[in-house]
Design a protein around this ligand. Structure first.
Ligand SMILES: *[C@@H]1O[C@H](CO)[C@@H](O)[C@H](O)[C@H]1NC(C)=O
Ligand SMILES: *[C@@H]1O[C@H](CO)[C@@H](O)[C@H](O)[C@H]1NC(C)=O
Ligand SMILES: *[C@@H]1O[C@H](CO)[C@@H](O)[C@H](O)[C@H]1NC(C)=O
Ligand SMILES: *[C@@H]1O[C@H](CO)[C@@H](O)[C@H](O)[C@H]1NC(C)=O
Ligand SMILES: *[C@@H]1O[C@H](CO)[C@@H](O)[C@H](O)[C@H]1NC(C)=O
Ligand SMILES: *[C@@H]1O[C@H](CO)[C@@H](O)[C@H](O)[C@H]1NC(C)=O
Ligand SMILES: [Zn+2]
Length: 292
């Protein structure tokens, strides 16, 4: 009975169509508009920037995003060339297979950019908070990132990498537009896919994560940022030297240490570690904001 009804109603619908025989016999007809377009018609290859950004803001965000792609591209290239033979790779990702990290960088470079938006109009008022350089809009706009005026004053070009006192271990990842925007992009679900997340906060925790819970490293936002910055510094900015900064030796390290001139006094370690914790906010639970 149910089947009969189904057949009957299908027939009724077919009868209602203007020319059922041609639409069935002429396969090309319903698909004609798509059939003529390339498979990737409508692809968005540049990150959209909202009309609330004026000419100077738009230009700086665009340059910053271009440098983000430069940074991600080099990180990917470094892994593709060296895999886990790279000491930098081992430091941040330990023994993990390389495909997840490669993909995390590639989606920034080549992923469709339709569901990503940068805006400048401070719609949530968060830019009024002291020290905020931008934020993800969370429940007010999951695809949207607000860039505040402070960013234009503080973020640096990758061309200054290893200059002006920057070191990978002792400076913030958001020193550069590229590191900052890479972080912000990973909060957008089209890019980070709610898979890349924060499992470690700051350089020390990131290095520790590779030693204690390496499975998480290839989808840890800060690990990906630190790795990309260190690879860029070492390969591109100051080839063969980079600017890794002070490398702490940890208790769980192998007794045979590297040639790094490491500070021996553990007493000096503690304060410097504390000083590395960013003074400005970084709250991430349930899609909440993070600043600076
Ligand atoms: C198939 O559809 C196209 C587009 O409407 C039409 O130009 C063509 O004549 C049709 N061919 C047949 C065999 O009906
Ligand atoms: C864009 O807006 C910023 C912040 O309001 C302002 O400082 C800057 O002068 C503006 N640029 C132009 C070209 O209007
Ligand atoms: C950013 O890169 C795109 C694509 O290469 C280019 O068209 C655009 O001019 C660049 N923007 C800036 C501000 O350099
Ligand atoms: C590097 O990866 C290979 C497999 O590709 C594995 O056999 C080897 O143990 C890894 N080495 C390190 C130091 O993780
Ligand atoms: C979302 O908007 C509400 C109301 O304006 C505001 O209180 C809240 O802080 C906003 N959330 C974010 C993540 O900006
Ligand atoms: C590793 O991370 C997972 C996921 O956060 C957690 O469940 C597990 O307890 C962690 N293991 C260690 C040894 O910290
Ligand atoms: Zn974050």
């Amino acid at each position: 009975m149910r089947l009969f009804n189904l057949v009957l109603s299908s027939a009724a619908i077919a009868a209602a169509l203007p020319t059922p025989e041609t639409s069935e016999g002429n396969q090309s007809q319903p698909f004609t508009p798509n059939g003529l377009a390339p498979w990737n018609a409508g692809a968005v290859t540049q990150f959209p920037i909202h009309s609330s950004c004026n000419a100077t803001q738009r230009r700086q965000i665009e340059l910053g995003l271009n440098e983000t792609i430069t940074l991600a591209q080099h990180a990917k290239d470094h892994i593709l060339r060296w895999r886990n033979e790279s000491a930098i790779y081992q430091k941040y990702f330990s023994d993990r297979p390389s495909m997840e990290a490669i993909g995390a960088f590639d989606i920034v470079i080549n992923g469709d950019k339709k569901d990503v938006l940068f805006r400048c109009d401070n719609p949530d008022g968060n830019c009024n908070n002291e020290g905020w350089a931008g934020h993800w809009r969370g429940e007010n706009g999951t695809d949207e990132t607000v860039i505040c005026d402070l960013s234009y004053e503080t973020r640096r070009s990758l061309s200054t990498m290893c200059g002006l006192g920057y070191t990978v271990s002792e400076s913030e990842t958001n020193t550069f537009w590229a590191g900052d925007l890479l972080h912000r992009l990973y909060h957008v679900s089209a890019i980070g896919q709610n898979w890349i997340d924060h499992f470690a906060d700051g350089y020390e925790e990131v290095v520790d994560l590779a030693k204690t819970n390496a499975t998480l490293t290839t989808r840890d936002s800060e690990t990906l940022q630190y790795f990309a910055l260190e690879a860029y510094a070492f390969d591109i900015a100051v080839p063969g030297v980079g600017c890794p900064g002070v490398q702490h030796e940890h208790e769980h390290d192998e007794p045979e240490a590297t040639s790094q001139p490491t500070p021996t006094a553990t007493a000096t370690d503690a304060p410097s570690t504390t000083a590395e914790v960013p003074a400005n906010c970084h709250t991430h639970d349930g899609g909440v904001l993070h600043c600076t």
